[in-house]
Design a protein around this ligand. Structure first.
Ligand code: SIN
Length: 543
Protein backbone atom coordinates (compact mmCIF):
# COMPACT_ATOMS: atom_id res chain seq x y z
CA UNK A 1 0.00 0.00 0.00
CA UNK A 2 1.31 3.44 -0.89
CA UNK A 3 1.79 6.08 1.72
CA UNK A 4 -0.34 9.20 1.27
CA UNK A 5 0.39 12.81 2.05
CA UNK A 6 -2.69 14.57 3.31
CA UNK A 7 -3.13 18.24 2.66
CA UNK A 8 -5.71 20.86 3.51
CA UNK A 9 -7.70 21.99 0.50
CA UNK A 10 -8.45 25.27 2.27
CA UNK A 11 -12.19 25.22 1.59
CA UNK A 12 -14.60 27.31 3.57
CA UNK A 13 -17.94 27.00 1.78
CA UNK A 14 -19.99 23.84 2.21
CA UNK A 15 -22.49 24.73 -0.52
CA UNK A 16 -22.24 27.13 -3.46
CA UNK A 17 -25.65 28.70 -2.87
CA UNK A 18 -28.13 29.33 -0.08
CA UNK A 19 -31.14 27.01 -0.01
CA UNK A 20 -33.64 25.31 2.24
CA UNK A 21 -34.97 21.97 0.97
CA UNK A 22 -38.24 22.76 2.73
CA UNK A 23 -38.93 25.34 0.01
CA UNK A 24 -37.65 23.47 -3.01
CA UNK A 25 -39.35 21.22 -5.54
CA UNK A 26 -38.14 17.65 -5.07
CA UNK A 27 -38.23 14.09 -6.36
CA UNK A 28 -37.17 10.73 -4.94
CA UNK A 29 -34.84 8.18 -6.55
CA UNK A 30 -32.83 5.19 -5.36
CA UNK A 31 -29.80 6.25 -7.38
CA UNK A 32 -28.86 9.57 -8.97
CA UNK A 33 -26.02 9.50 -11.50
CA UNK A 34 -24.30 12.77 -12.38
CA UNK A 35 -22.98 12.60 -15.94
CA UNK A 36 -23.97 10.84 -19.15
CA UNK A 37 -20.63 9.59 -20.50
CA UNK A 38 -19.77 5.91 -20.71
CA UNK A 39 -19.21 5.58 -16.93
CA UNK A 40 -22.55 7.12 -15.96
CA UNK A 41 -24.70 5.36 -18.54
CA UNK A 42 -23.04 1.96 -18.02
CA UNK A 43 -23.51 2.29 -14.25
CA UNK A 44 -27.24 2.74 -14.86
CA UNK A 45 -27.34 -0.24 -17.22
CA UNK A 46 -25.46 -2.38 -14.67
CA UNK A 47 -27.87 -1.54 -11.85
CA UNK A 48 -30.96 -3.62 -11.12
CA UNK A 49 -34.10 -2.93 -13.14
CA UNK A 50 -36.15 -2.44 -9.99
CA UNK A 51 -33.96 0.46 -8.84
CA UNK A 52 -35.40 3.88 -9.60
CA UNK A 53 -32.57 5.72 -11.30
CA UNK A 54 -32.05 9.29 -12.47
CA UNK A 55 -29.25 10.40 -14.80
CA UNK A 56 -28.61 14.14 -14.83
CA UNK A 57 -26.37 15.91 -17.27
CA UNK A 58 -25.63 19.59 -17.56
CA UNK A 59 -25.73 19.51 -21.37
CA UNK A 60 -27.43 17.11 -23.76
CA UNK A 61 -27.14 13.38 -23.04
CA UNK A 62 -24.88 12.79 -26.02
CA UNK A 63 -22.38 15.50 -25.03
CA UNK A 64 -19.57 13.97 -23.01
CA UNK A 65 -15.84 13.45 -23.18
CA UNK A 66 -16.40 9.74 -23.81
CA UNK A 67 -18.18 10.49 -27.08
CA UNK A 68 -15.02 12.16 -28.37
CA UNK A 69 -12.77 9.18 -27.58
CA UNK A 70 -11.24 8.06 -30.85
CA UNK A 71 -8.71 5.30 -30.17
CA UNK A 72 -10.52 2.49 -28.44
CA UNK A 73 -10.65 0.22 -25.43
CA UNK A 74 -7.72 -1.83 -24.12
CA UNK A 75 -8.40 -5.51 -23.50
CA UNK A 76 -6.07 -8.52 -23.68
CA UNK A 77 -7.72 -10.76 -26.30
CA UNK A 78 -4.79 -11.86 -28.47
CA UNK A 79 -3.71 -15.44 -27.77
CA UNK A 80 -0.22 -14.20 -26.89
CA UNK A 81 -1.59 -11.51 -24.59
CA UNK A 82 -2.89 -11.78 -21.02
CA UNK A 83 -4.34 -9.62 -18.25
CA UNK A 84 -0.88 -9.95 -16.65
CA UNK A 85 0.83 -8.25 -19.58
CA UNK A 86 -1.86 -5.56 -19.63
CA UNK A 87 -1.26 -5.14 -15.87
CA UNK A 88 2.50 -4.74 -16.39
CA UNK A 89 2.11 -2.17 -19.18
CA UNK A 90 -0.37 -0.16 -17.08
CA UNK A 91 2.06 -0.10 -14.16
CA UNK A 92 5.03 0.92 -16.29
CA UNK A 93 3.07 3.80 -17.86
CA UNK A 94 1.83 4.80 -14.38
CA UNK A 95 5.44 5.43 -13.33
CA UNK A 96 5.33 3.67 -9.98
CA UNK A 97 2.20 5.32 -8.65
CA UNK A 98 -0.55 2.88 -9.67
CA UNK A 99 -2.50 0.95 -7.09
CA UNK A 100 -1.69 -2.67 -8.01
CA UNK A 101 -4.91 -4.21 -6.78
CA UNK A 102 -7.12 -1.65 -8.57
CA UNK A 103 -5.17 -2.30 -11.79
CA UNK A 104 -5.71 -6.06 -11.33
CA UNK A 105 -9.45 -5.46 -11.11
CA UNK A 106 -9.28 -3.38 -14.30
CA UNK A 107 -7.38 -5.89 -16.42
CA UNK A 108 -9.09 -9.02 -15.05
CA UNK A 109 -12.61 -7.70 -15.56
CA UNK A 110 -11.95 -6.13 -18.96
CA UNK A 111 -12.98 -8.98 -21.27
CA UNK A 112 -16.31 -9.73 -19.59
CA UNK A 113 -17.37 -6.09 -19.88
CA UNK A 114 -16.38 -6.01 -23.55
CA UNK A 115 -18.53 -9.11 -24.05
CA UNK A 116 -21.42 -7.17 -22.50
CA UNK A 117 -20.83 -4.27 -24.90
CA UNK A 118 -21.00 -6.72 -27.81
CA UNK A 119 -24.30 -8.04 -26.46
CA UNK A 120 -25.65 -4.48 -26.37
CA UNK A 121 -24.73 -4.34 -30.06
CA UNK A 122 -21.60 -2.18 -30.07
CA UNK A 123 -20.18 -2.58 -33.54
CA UNK A 124 -16.42 -2.97 -33.08
CA UNK A 125 -14.20 -3.46 -36.13
CA UNK A 126 -13.50 -7.11 -36.96
CA UNK A 127 -10.58 -8.82 -38.70
CA UNK A 128 -10.75 -11.29 -41.61
CA UNK A 129 -11.62 -14.12 -39.22
CA UNK A 130 -14.49 -12.04 -37.74
CA UNK A 131 -12.59 -11.64 -34.46
CA UNK A 132 -12.40 -8.21 -32.82
CA UNK A 133 -9.62 -6.33 -34.64
CA UNK A 134 -6.77 -5.31 -32.35
CA UNK A 135 -4.48 -2.34 -32.85
CA UNK A 136 -1.68 -0.89 -30.77
CA UNK A 137 -1.24 2.40 -28.93
CA UNK A 138 1.59 3.97 -26.93
CA UNK A 139 3.26 1.93 -24.15
CA UNK A 140 1.31 -1.26 -24.93
CA UNK A 141 3.56 -4.27 -25.48
CA UNK A 142 0.83 -6.04 -27.50
CA UNK A 143 -1.91 -5.20 -29.96
CA UNK A 144 -4.87 -4.96 -27.60
CA UNK A 145 -6.97 -1.93 -28.57
CA UNK A 146 -10.43 -2.73 -29.91
CA UNK A 147 -12.01 0.06 -31.90
CA UNK A 148 -14.70 1.28 -34.25
CA UNK A 149 -12.75 3.16 -36.90
CA UNK A 150 -11.56 6.31 -35.15
CA UNK A 151 -14.88 7.01 -33.40
CA UNK A 152 -14.97 4.29 -30.76
CA UNK A 153 -16.37 6.51 -28.00
CA UNK A 154 -19.24 7.63 -30.20
CA UNK A 155 -20.19 4.09 -31.22
CA UNK A 156 -20.11 2.86 -27.59
CA UNK A 157 -21.95 5.88 -26.18
CA UNK A 158 -24.61 5.92 -28.93
CA UNK A 159 -25.31 2.23 -28.33
CA UNK A 160 -25.45 2.52 -24.54
CA UNK A 161 -27.56 5.68 -24.58
CA UNK A 162 -30.02 3.93 -26.90
CA UNK A 163 -30.18 0.99 -24.49
CA UNK A 164 -30.60 3.11 -21.37
CA UNK A 165 -33.28 5.26 -23.01
CA UNK A 166 -35.42 2.12 -23.35
CA UNK A 167 -35.30 1.33 -19.64
CA UNK A 168 -38.48 2.20 -17.77
CA UNK A 169 -36.66 2.51 -14.45
CA UNK A 170 -34.25 5.18 -15.72
CA UNK A 171 -35.16 8.86 -16.09
CA UNK A 172 -32.82 11.23 -17.92
CA UNK A 173 -32.76 14.97 -17.21
CA UNK A 174 -30.68 17.12 -19.51
CA UNK A 175 -29.60 20.74 -18.90
CA UNK A 176 -29.55 19.93 -15.19
CA UNK A 177 -26.55 21.22 -13.28
CA UNK A 178 -25.41 19.37 -10.16
CA UNK A 179 -24.53 22.14 -7.73
CA UNK A 180 -23.74 20.07 -4.65
CA UNK A 181 -24.55 16.79 -3.05
CA UNK A 182 -26.82 16.97 -0.05
CA UNK A 183 -25.38 15.36 3.06
CA UNK A 184 -26.46 14.86 6.64
CA UNK A 185 -24.15 13.47 9.33
CA UNK A 186 -21.62 12.42 6.70
CA UNK A 187 -24.17 10.47 4.66
CA UNK A 188 -25.27 11.23 1.15
CA UNK A 189 -28.93 12.25 0.91
CA UNK A 190 -29.20 13.40 -2.69
CA UNK A 191 -28.26 16.19 -5.07
CA UNK A 192 -29.04 19.89 -5.19
CA UNK A 193 -29.44 20.92 -8.83
CA UNK A 194 -30.34 23.92 -10.89
CA UNK A 195 -31.65 24.52 -14.39
CA UNK A 196 -29.32 25.76 -17.12
CA UNK A 197 -29.07 29.37 -16.00
CA UNK A 198 -29.12 28.77 -12.26
CA UNK A 199 -32.53 30.32 -11.59
CA UNK A 200 -34.47 27.22 -10.48
CA UNK A 201 -33.11 24.99 -7.73
CA UNK A 202 -34.39 21.49 -7.10
CA UNK A 203 -33.61 18.68 -4.63
CA UNK A 204 -33.30 15.09 -5.81
CA UNK A 205 -33.32 12.82 -2.77
CA UNK A 206 -31.38 9.57 -3.16
CA UNK A 207 -29.38 7.35 -0.80
CA UNK A 208 -26.90 6.63 -3.61
CA UNK A 209 -25.31 9.32 -5.74
CA UNK A 210 -22.74 8.39 -8.37
CA UNK A 211 -20.47 11.10 -9.69
CA UNK A 212 -19.52 10.33 -13.30
CA UNK A 213 -19.11 13.91 -14.43
CA UNK A 214 -15.72 13.64 -16.17
CA UNK A 215 -12.53 15.58 -15.74
CA UNK A 216 -11.27 19.16 -15.69
CA UNK A 217 -9.67 19.71 -19.08
CA UNK A 218 -11.26 23.15 -19.31
CA UNK A 219 -8.67 24.43 -16.83
CA UNK A 220 -6.50 24.69 -19.95
CA UNK A 221 -7.00 26.80 -23.07
CA UNK A 222 -5.88 23.98 -25.36
CA UNK A 223 -7.70 20.77 -24.52
CA UNK A 224 -9.33 17.92 -26.39
CA UNK A 225 -12.11 17.97 -23.75
CA UNK A 226 -15.53 19.51 -24.42
CA UNK A 227 -16.73 22.76 -22.82
CA UNK A 228 -18.52 20.79 -20.10
CA UNK A 229 -15.30 19.41 -18.57
CA UNK A 230 -15.02 21.98 -15.79
CA UNK A 231 -14.37 19.62 -12.87
CA UNK A 232 -17.71 20.23 -11.17
CA UNK A 233 -17.82 16.69 -9.74
CA UNK A 234 -14.45 16.89 -8.02
CA UNK A 235 -15.23 20.32 -6.58
CA UNK A 236 -18.65 19.32 -5.21
CA UNK A 237 -17.14 16.14 -3.76
CA UNK A 238 -14.52 18.15 -1.94
CA UNK A 239 -17.09 20.56 -0.50
CA UNK A 240 -19.08 17.59 0.79
CA UNK A 241 -16.06 16.06 2.56
CA UNK A 242 -14.69 13.56 0.01
CA UNK A 243 -10.98 13.40 -0.80
CA UNK A 244 -9.24 14.31 -4.05
CA UNK A 245 -6.05 12.56 -5.12
CA UNK A 246 -3.25 12.81 -7.73
CA UNK A 247 -4.38 16.20 -9.04
CA UNK A 248 -0.89 17.19 -10.22
CA UNK A 249 -0.99 14.50 -12.91
CA UNK A 250 -2.55 16.04 -16.00
CA UNK A 251 -2.13 14.12 -19.24
CA UNK A 252 -1.07 15.99 -22.37
CA UNK A 253 -1.82 14.06 -25.54
CA UNK A 254 1.18 14.25 -27.88
CA UNK A 255 -0.64 14.66 -31.18
CA UNK A 256 -3.40 17.24 -31.37
CA UNK A 257 -3.97 19.12 -34.59
CA UNK A 258 -2.11 22.43 -34.64
CA UNK A 259 -3.78 24.46 -37.36
CA UNK A 260 -4.58 28.19 -37.12
CA UNK A 261 -8.30 27.34 -37.24
CA UNK A 262 -8.29 24.29 -34.97
CA UNK A 263 -5.96 23.52 -32.07
CA UNK A 264 -8.11 21.03 -30.14
CA UNK A 265 -8.83 18.20 -32.55
CA UNK A 266 -7.27 14.90 -31.47
CA UNK A 267 -5.18 12.88 -33.91
CA UNK A 268 -5.50 9.48 -32.28
CA UNK A 269 -2.50 7.60 -30.98
CA UNK A 270 -3.85 4.76 -33.11
CA UNK A 271 -2.45 6.65 -36.12
CA UNK A 272 1.01 6.04 -34.64
CA UNK A 273 -0.19 2.52 -33.85
CA UNK A 274 -0.66 2.07 -37.62
CA UNK A 275 2.89 3.20 -38.27
CA UNK A 276 2.87 7.03 -38.35
CA UNK A 277 6.16 8.66 -37.36
CA UNK A 278 6.92 12.03 -35.83
CA UNK A 279 9.15 14.55 -37.59
CA UNK A 280 10.37 17.94 -36.45
CA UNK A 281 9.90 20.95 -38.68
CA UNK A 282 13.16 20.12 -40.45
CA UNK A 283 11.57 16.84 -41.51
CA UNK A 284 13.82 14.78 -39.18
CA UNK A 285 12.42 11.79 -37.30
CA UNK A 286 13.41 12.27 -33.64
CA UNK A 287 11.72 9.83 -31.25
CA UNK A 288 14.59 7.29 -31.36
CA UNK A 289 16.68 9.87 -29.45
CA UNK A 290 14.17 9.85 -26.57
CA UNK A 291 12.87 6.30 -25.98
CA UNK A 292 13.41 2.75 -27.29
CA UNK A 293 9.67 2.46 -28.05
CA UNK A 294 10.02 5.58 -30.25
CA UNK A 295 6.61 6.97 -31.35
CA UNK A 296 4.85 4.39 -29.18
CA UNK A 297 6.59 5.33 -25.94
CA UNK A 298 4.34 6.36 -23.00
CA UNK A 299 2.41 9.54 -23.68
CA UNK A 300 4.26 11.73 -21.20
CA UNK A 301 7.59 10.80 -22.83
CA UNK A 302 6.34 11.53 -26.36
CA UNK A 303 4.74 14.82 -25.32
CA UNK A 304 7.93 16.05 -23.64
CA UNK A 305 10.04 14.96 -26.61
CA UNK A 306 7.77 16.91 -28.98
CA UNK A 307 7.92 19.91 -26.67
CA UNK A 308 11.73 19.81 -26.71
CA UNK A 309 11.86 19.49 -30.50
CA UNK A 310 9.48 22.43 -30.83
CA UNK A 311 11.71 24.52 -28.58
CA UNK A 312 14.86 23.43 -30.39
CA UNK A 313 13.50 24.30 -33.81
CA UNK A 314 11.55 27.38 -32.71
CA UNK A 315 8.25 25.98 -33.95
CA UNK A 316 4.80 25.66 -32.35
CA UNK A 317 4.32 22.17 -33.81
CA UNK A 318 5.95 19.04 -35.17
CA UNK A 319 4.58 16.75 -37.89
CA UNK A 320 2.89 13.39 -37.91
CA UNK A 321 3.75 11.46 -41.06
CA UNK A 322 1.56 8.56 -42.21
CA UNK A 323 2.14 9.10 -45.92
CA UNK A 324 3.33 5.50 -46.32
CA UNK A 325 -0.36 4.47 -46.06
CA UNK A 326 -2.66 4.96 -49.02
CA UNK A 327 -5.91 6.91 -49.24
CA UNK A 328 -8.14 3.83 -49.24
CA UNK A 329 -6.63 2.52 -46.00
CA UNK A 330 -6.73 5.92 -44.27
CA UNK A 331 -10.29 6.69 -45.30
CA UNK A 332 -11.42 3.34 -44.00
CA UNK A 333 -9.39 3.17 -40.78
CA UNK A 334 -9.53 6.86 -39.77
CA UNK A 335 -12.58 8.39 -41.48
CA UNK A 336 -13.12 11.14 -38.89
CA UNK A 337 -9.49 12.23 -38.79
CA UNK A 338 -9.07 11.93 -42.55
CA UNK A 339 -12.07 14.15 -43.27
CA UNK A 340 -11.25 16.68 -40.57
CA UNK A 341 -7.69 17.06 -41.86
CA UNK A 342 -8.97 17.35 -45.42
CA UNK A 343 -11.32 20.15 -44.34
CA UNK A 344 -8.17 22.11 -43.44
CA UNK A 345 -6.47 21.24 -46.73
CA UNK A 346 -4.32 18.44 -45.24
CA UNK A 347 -4.41 15.16 -47.18
CA UNK A 348 -3.01 12.59 -44.73
CA UNK A 349 -2.02 10.29 -47.56
CA UNK A 350 0.27 12.97 -49.01
CA UNK A 351 0.83 15.67 -46.38
CA UNK A 352 2.42 15.68 -42.95
CA UNK A 353 -0.10 16.66 -40.23
CA UNK A 354 0.98 19.57 -37.98
CA UNK A 355 0.50 18.50 -34.35
CA UNK A 356 1.40 19.66 -30.84
CA UNK A 357 0.69 18.28 -27.36
CA UNK A 358 -2.41 19.50 -25.57
CA UNK A 359 -4.37 18.72 -22.38
CA UNK A 360 -6.31 15.49 -22.78
CA UNK A 361 -7.06 13.72 -19.51
CA UNK A 362 -7.09 14.26 -15.75
CA UNK A 363 -5.49 11.37 -13.86
CA UNK A 364 -6.51 12.89 -10.53
CA UNK A 365 -10.00 13.09 -9.14
CA UNK A 366 -12.31 11.95 -6.37
CA UNK A 367 -10.53 9.31 -4.32
CA UNK A 368 -12.36 5.96 -4.32
CA UNK A 369 -11.72 2.36 -3.42
CA UNK A 370 -12.02 -0.57 -5.84
CA UNK A 371 -15.81 -0.42 -5.59
CA UNK A 372 -16.08 3.26 -6.46
CA UNK A 373 -16.83 4.21 -2.84
CA UNK A 374 -15.70 7.54 -1.43
CA UNK A 375 -15.43 8.35 2.26
CA UNK A 376 -19.03 9.66 2.22
CA UNK A 377 -21.57 6.89 2.77
CA UNK A 378 -23.68 6.50 -0.38
CA UNK A 379 -21.49 8.73 -2.55
CA UNK A 380 -19.58 6.99 -5.37
CA UNK A 381 -17.35 8.20 -8.18
CA UNK A 382 -16.44 6.54 -11.47
CA UNK A 383 -14.66 7.29 -14.74
CA UNK A 384 -12.49 10.35 -15.21
CA UNK A 385 -14.12 12.07 -12.23
CA UNK A 386 -12.70 9.35 -9.96
CA UNK A 387 -9.20 8.48 -8.86
CA UNK A 388 -8.92 4.86 -7.79
CA UNK A 389 -5.21 4.48 -8.51
CA UNK A 390 -5.36 2.68 -11.85
CA UNK A 391 -3.65 5.43 -13.83
CA UNK A 392 -0.94 6.42 -11.39
CA UNK A 393 1.16 9.27 -12.73
CA UNK A 394 0.31 8.64 -16.38
CA UNK A 395 -2.66 6.82 -17.88
CA UNK A 396 -1.97 4.02 -20.33
CA UNK A 397 -3.72 4.68 -23.66
CA UNK A 398 -7.28 3.36 -24.00
CA UNK A 399 -7.60 2.40 -20.33
CA UNK A 400 -10.11 5.17 -19.68
CA UNK A 401 -13.27 3.90 -21.40
CA UNK A 402 -12.41 0.54 -19.86
CA UNK A 403 -12.23 2.12 -16.41
CA UNK A 404 -15.74 3.54 -16.83
CA UNK A 405 -17.05 0.09 -17.74
CA UNK A 406 -15.30 -2.01 -15.10
CA UNK A 407 -15.94 0.28 -12.15
CA UNK A 408 -19.39 1.37 -13.35
CA UNK A 409 -20.47 -2.26 -13.31
CA UNK A 410 -18.97 -2.71 -9.84
CA UNK A 411 -21.11 0.16 -8.56
CA UNK A 412 -24.17 -1.32 -10.27
CA UNK A 413 -23.48 -4.62 -8.51
CA UNK A 414 -23.40 -2.97 -5.13
CA UNK A 415 -26.70 -1.28 -5.82
CA UNK A 416 -28.03 -4.74 -6.72
CA UNK A 417 -26.71 -6.35 -3.55
CA UNK A 418 -27.90 -3.60 -1.22
CA UNK A 419 -31.12 -2.52 -2.89
CA UNK A 420 -33.36 -3.62 -0.02
CA UNK A 421 -31.39 -1.46 2.38
CA UNK A 422 -30.97 1.55 0.15
CA UNK A 423 -34.45 1.71 -1.39
CA UNK A 424 -35.55 5.29 -0.90
CA UNK A 425 -38.35 5.85 1.58
CA UNK A 426 -40.47 8.24 -0.44
CA UNK A 427 -42.09 10.85 1.71
CA UNK A 428 -39.22 10.93 4.18
CA UNK A 429 -37.05 13.90 3.35
CA UNK A 430 -34.49 15.36 5.67
CA UNK A 431 -34.52 19.13 5.88
CA UNK A 432 -31.16 20.45 4.74
CA UNK A 433 -30.39 24.13 4.41
CA UNK A 434 -27.50 26.53 3.98
CA UNK A 435 -27.57 30.20 4.65
CA UNK A 436 -24.66 32.57 4.65
CA UNK A 437 -24.06 36.20 3.80
CA UNK A 438 -23.00 36.80 0.20
CA UNK A 439 -21.76 39.96 -1.48
CA UNK A 440 -23.65 41.19 -4.54
CA UNK A 441 -21.15 41.90 -7.33
CA UNK A 442 -20.91 41.43 -11.12
CA UNK A 443 -18.49 38.74 -12.20
CA UNK A 444 -16.81 38.88 -15.60
CA UNK A 445 -16.93 35.11 -15.97
CA UNK A 446 -15.55 35.00 -19.50
CA UNK A 447 -12.41 37.02 -18.92
CA UNK A 448 -11.69 35.35 -15.56
CA UNK A 449 -12.00 31.89 -17.12
CA UNK A 450 -9.73 32.93 -19.99
CA UNK A 451 -7.11 34.27 -17.60
CA UNK A 452 -7.22 31.04 -15.61
CA UNK A 453 -6.89 28.87 -18.72
CA UNK A 454 -3.99 30.93 -20.02
CA UNK A 455 -1.94 30.76 -16.84
CA UNK A 456 -2.59 27.02 -16.46
CA UNK A 457 -1.53 26.40 -20.06
CA UNK A 458 1.58 28.56 -19.78
CA UNK A 459 2.77 27.69 -16.27
CA UNK A 460 1.24 24.35 -15.29
CA UNK A 461 1.70 22.46 -18.55
CA UNK A 462 4.05 19.73 -19.71
CA UNK A 463 7.07 21.42 -18.08
CA UNK A 464 6.77 23.05 -14.64
CA UNK A 465 9.08 24.68 -12.11
CA UNK A 466 8.75 26.26 -8.70
CA UNK A 467 8.78 29.72 -10.30
CA UNK A 468 6.14 28.91 -12.92
CA UNK A 469 3.92 27.24 -10.33
CA UNK A 470 4.25 30.04 -7.77
CA UNK A 471 3.33 32.57 -10.44
CA UNK A 472 0.29 30.47 -11.41
CA UNK A 473 -0.74 30.27 -7.77
CA UNK A 474 -0.45 34.04 -7.43
CA UNK A 475 -2.78 34.64 -10.39
CA UNK A 476 -5.24 31.93 -9.32
CA UNK A 477 -5.36 33.23 -5.73
CA UNK A 478 -6.11 36.69 -7.11
CA UNK A 479 -8.97 35.32 -9.20
CA UNK A 480 -10.28 33.33 -6.26
CA UNK A 481 -10.31 36.34 -3.98
CA UNK A 482 -12.20 38.35 -6.63
CA UNK A 483 -15.14 35.98 -6.29
CA UNK A 484 -14.74 34.93 -2.66
CA UNK A 485 -18.08 35.35 -0.89
CA UNK A 486 -19.78 36.71 -4.02
CA UNK A 487 -23.38 35.61 -4.56
CA UNK A 488 -23.62 33.18 -7.47
CA UNK A 489 -26.36 33.97 -9.95
CA UNK A 490 -25.54 31.71 -12.91
CA UNK A 491 -24.26 28.16 -13.48
CA UNK A 492 -21.30 29.71 -15.34
CA UNK A 493 -20.25 31.27 -12.05
CA UNK A 494 -20.57 27.89 -10.37
CA UNK A 495 -18.32 26.41 -13.02
CA UNK A 496 -15.79 29.19 -12.54
CA UNK A 497 -15.77 28.60 -8.77
CA UNK A 498 -15.27 24.88 -9.32
CA UNK A 499 -12.49 25.48 -11.82
CA UNK A 500 -10.66 27.87 -9.50
CA UNK A 501 -10.96 25.41 -6.62
CA UNK A 502 -9.45 22.65 -8.71
CA UNK A 503 -6.80 24.79 -10.39
CA UNK A 504 -5.43 25.95 -7.04
CA UNK A 505 -5.19 22.32 -5.88
CA UNK A 506 -3.57 21.13 -9.11
CA UNK A 507 -0.95 23.84 -8.62
CA UNK A 508 -0.59 23.18 -4.89
CA UNK A 509 0.00 19.47 -5.53
CA UNK A 510 2.46 20.28 -8.33
CA UNK A 511 4.39 22.57 -5.95
CA UNK A 512 4.39 19.90 -3.24
CA UNK A 513 5.66 17.16 -5.53
CA UNK A 514 9.35 18.01 -5.70
CA UNK A 515 10.34 15.40 -8.28
CA UNK A 516 9.43 14.45 -11.83
CA UNK A 517 7.20 11.45 -12.39
CA UNK A 518 4.92 10.48 -15.25
CA UNK A 519 3.01 13.47 -16.55
CA UNK A 520 4.44 15.78 -13.87
CA UNK A 521 7.82 17.14 -14.98
CA UNK A 522 9.71 19.80 -13.03
CA UNK A 523 12.82 21.42 -14.46
CA UNK A 524 14.05 22.11 -10.91
CA UNK A 525 13.56 18.45 -9.89
CA UNK A 526 14.09 16.54 -13.14
CA UNK A 527 14.69 13.14 -11.54
CA UNK A 528 12.19 10.61 -10.24
CA UNK A 529 12.74 10.32 -6.51
CA UNK A 530 11.63 6.85 -5.44
CA UNK A 531 13.00 7.22 -1.91
CA UNK A 532 10.99 10.20 -0.77
CA UNK A 533 8.25 10.40 -3.28
CA UNK A 534 6.46 7.18 -4.08
CA UNK A 535 3.25 8.50 -2.59
CA UNK A 536 -0.06 10.13 -3.48
CA UNK A 537 -1.09 13.63 -2.48
CA UNK A 538 -4.60 13.59 -1.02
CA UNK A 539 -6.65 16.75 -0.41
CA UNK A 540 -9.57 17.11 1.90
CA UNK A 541 -11.47 20.19 2.96
CA UNK A 542 -10.18 21.05 6.43
CA UNK A 543 -7.05 18.85 5.98
C1 SIN B 1 -6.34 8.40 -28.68
O1 SIN B 1 -7.12 7.96 -29.50
O2 SIN B 1 -5.17 8.68 -28.93
C2 SIN B 1 -6.86 8.63 -27.29
C3 SIN B 1 -7.02 7.37 -26.61
C4 SIN B 1 -6.97 7.61 -25.13
O3 SIN B 1 -6.97 8.74 -24.67
O4 SIN B 1 -6.84 6.62 -24.41
Amino acid sequence: MLEHIRADAGMTERYLVNFDTENLPYEFYDVVIIGSGIAGVYTALSSPRNAKILIITKEAIEMSNSVLAQGGIAVSLDQNDSPDLHFKDTLIAGAGLCDDSAVKVLVNEAAENIATLCLYGVNFDRDEGNMLALTREGAHSMNRIIHTGDATGKEVCDTLVRAVSLLKNVTIREQTFAIDILTENGECKGVLTSNEDGTELKAYYAPVVVCASGGYGQLYSRTTNPEVATGDGAALALRAGAELMDLEFVQFHPTVLCHPDNQNFLISEAVRGEGAVLRNNRGERFMDKYHPMKELAPRDVVSRAIFQEMQKTGSNHVFLDITHRDTVFLQHRFPTIYNKCLSYGIDMAKDFIPVAPCQHYSMGGIRTDEWGRTRILGFYAVGEAACNGIHGANRLASNSLLEGLVFGRRIGRQVQENLDEIKIREGFRPRISYNREWIGKDIDYISMKKKLQEIMTLNVGIIRSEDSLNEAMRIISGLKSEIEGVRIVHTHHMELKNMLTLASLVVKAAIMRQESRGAHFRTDYPATDDQNWLKNIVFKAGG
